[in-house]
Design a protein around this ligand. Structure first.
Ligand code: G6P
Length: 367
């Protein structure tokens, strides 16, 4: 049954605005408010014995998985292989004994992801899925399931499903790191505290709505748009580019900021907007210097960073988005919001069908 759009013009905007609520709902399934700790349900496999993790997904769910790779490798110190399902299912990858295979899917029905799940099962992996639709095929065929509590997502371009996937994955990474003994109690407490703040911080970021609507006017004229980020911001750059492609039909690419000089920098002139995702983390200075290189070639930069970061770069940019100064661990969740809003307003500007973009389906159940 269709649910209403409420006061919003499109489902996509409604779903963007639901994020503080649904992230909070999802977090509350793992968060103990008294102890201020995060824990997982009992799994039929032992987290502390997992030697390697393989993550497989498609589309936006794949980018959520890519953020998780950064989190799991950095904090839990477990190697993560990740691939899109349409490649993984056919490449006959060897899989390590005792390994965990993790599948991420809003619908739980994407054909390639389901086929990849069956392959991993045939290779003796433990199967964990993160899905938004309970009783979906992936839920039925997995050893364990973690649910995102995004509620029905109607807009074809995924928004709240993505940030709730990130919420589950962040909680999973913390629990894994703890089970492995890879983080101490102080670090665990810091990460849990950062997670507890995410719903209210997300609400704060939604206040940029009007500013992003104005910035979108600049982007709407472009033929090509580049998104740059490093570390866990790199997948957010790719997700931002995907959102823009999906609903505004503008060609966009998400690139690792450090790879710019190996190709994309040749494209830069005053007609190519460059969206830079630059939270205040250990990568900030490097991303800022990549930004300077783009500016020197005439690039029009839109810089998304904390107040401190924005102050350093504002003189070189055509626009800035000042983000709350959060723990770098949760930055990918928060920086998802401005890239969603930007894509939305560019599409509005171009007059495209935001909720039903041409040629795209909400759920891809064919190969
Ligand atoms: C389609 C949708 C995307 C989604 C992808 C994966 O392409 O349009 O929004 O990210 O499928 O879907 P899933 O349900 O597996 O997350």
């Amino acid at each position: 049954a269709l649910i209403g759009k409420g006061d919003h013009r499109h489902y996509m905007l409604k779903e963007i605005y639901e994020q503080p609520q649904v992230i909070g709902d999802t977090l509350s399934t793992f968060f103990n408010p008294t102890a201020q700790t995060i824990s997982m349900p009992n799994f039929p496999f032992d987290l502390k014995n997992i030697p390697r993790i393989t993550i497989v997904a498609c589309g936006t769910s794949f980018y959520a998985g890519l953020v998780a790779k950064y989190w799991i490798e950095q904090y839990a110190r477990i190697g993560v292989d990740i691939d899109v399902a349409s490649e993984f299912r056919y490449r006959e990858a060897p899989m390590q004994d005792g390994g965990l295979a993790l599948f991420i899917s809003q619908s739980g029905e994407t054909a390639d992801t389901l086929a990849a799940l069956r392959y991993a099962k045939s290779q003796g992996q433990s199967i964990l899925s993160i899905v938004n639709v309970p009783e979906s095929s992936m839920e039925r065929e997995s050893d364990a399931v973690l649910l995102t509590h995004a509620g029905p997502e109607i807009g074809v371009a995924s928004t709240k499903a993505f940030t709730t996937q990130l919420t589950v994955l962040a909680c999973f990474a913390i629990s894994l790191a703890k089970a492995k003994g890879a983080i101490d109690t102080a670090c665990e407490a810091r990460l849990c505290r950062a997670m507890a703040e995410v719903p209210s911080r997300t609400a704060e970021v939604l206040n940029h709505d009007e500013a992003l609507r104005k910035i979108a006017q600049n982007v709407a004229e472009a033929r090509d748009v580049l998104y740059l980020g490093r570390g866990s911001s790199f997948p957010i750059a790719m997700e931002g580019a995907l959102k823009l492609k999906e609903i505004s039909y503008i060609h966009a690419e998400g690139y690792a900021a450090g790879e710019m000089k190996h190709g994309p920098i040749a494209l830069i002139d005053e007609n190519v907007p460059i969206i830079v995702i630059a939270p205040m983390d250990s990568n900030f200075e490097k991303t800022a210097s990549n930004t300077q290189e783009s500016v020197a070639r005439g690039g029009k930069v839109i810089f998304m960073a904390s107040k401190e970061g924005v102050e350093k770069m504002a003189d070189h940019c055509i626009a800035t988005v000042t983000m709350p100064n959060v723990d770098p661990f949760v930055a990918p969740i928060l920086y998802s919001i401005p890239v969603q809003l930007l894509a939305y307003y560019v599409a509005i500007h171009k007059g495209t069908d935001v909720d039903q973009p041409r040629n795209l389906a909400k759920s891809v159940t064919v190969e």
